[in-house]
Design a protein around this ligand. Sequence first.
Ligand code: ADP
Ligand code: MG
Length: 229
Amino acid sequence: MTTQPLIRLDGISKVYHADEVETHALAGVTLEVRQGEYLAIAGPSGGGKTTLLSILGLLDSPTSGEYHLDGHPVARLTAAQRAQVRNRRIGFIFQAFNLIGDLTVQGNVELPLAYRKMPASERRRAAAEALERVGMANRLNHYPGQLSGGQQQRVAVARAIAGRPAVLLADEPTGNLDSVNGAAVMGLLRELHGEGATICMVTHDPRYAEHAQRTVHLFDGRVSEEGPG
Ligand code: ADP
Ligand code: MG
C-alpha cells in the first residue's frame, strides 16, 4: 500500500469573472483521495461540485491553492502534459453522457484510445473488453441515438474505463436516468470500485452517496461536512 494520496488538494479556490460579477465557486477546499477510495461529493446546486470535479479532471485550473496528482504538482505541467495526463489518468462520466452521435458505440469507446495513439487492433480489444464489462458488447455497431439513456451511460462508463485510468470522475451520472437505470449505473460503479477503481462521484441523491465510503458536502464552495458514505 502506498501512503501518499492519489489526489491532494490544498486550499483550492476558484473565482469566475462574468459580466463584472465575481463568483467564488470554491473557497479553500482541502481534500485527499487515496488510491482505491470511493468518494461522494454532495451538496446543493451551485455549491461548487462541478467546479471541483473540473479541477480534479484537469479541465479547469484553480485560481489559487495546490493540486498534487500522484504526488506531482499539476500546476507545473505544460498544456500538452496536462492533456496527456487527462487522457491517460482520468476517466470522465457526465450527467448528459456526452457520447458522439455520429460515431458507433465502438467508435466512441475507442476515441480516447486513438488520441493516445494506441494501435488499432489493441484499441479494438480494449474497447470490446470494456463494453463486455458494462454489458454492452452486443451493441458495438449501434449509434448513441439508437440506445436508451441507461445504455448510453453504460457506454460512457466503458469509454471512461477502457484506458484503465487512475481515477474515475462522475458528475451526477444518474441525473438523466430513471430510477431503474440509475440504480444499474450506480451498481456498476460499485462493482468497479470493488475491483479496485478510485472514484469521485458527484451526486445530490443521498441514497447514492451511501454507495461511497466517504462523503464530502460542498456548500458555497466550502467543505461544510465530511462523513462516512
Ligand atoms: P454545482 O455543480 O454544485 O451545482 P457549480 O460548480 O456548477 O456548482 O457552480 C458553482 C458556482 O460557480 C455557481 O454559482 C455557478 O453559477 C458558478 N459558475 C460555474 N461555472 C461558471 C462559469 N463558467 N462562469 C461563471 N460562473 C460559473
Ligand atoms: Mg453541477
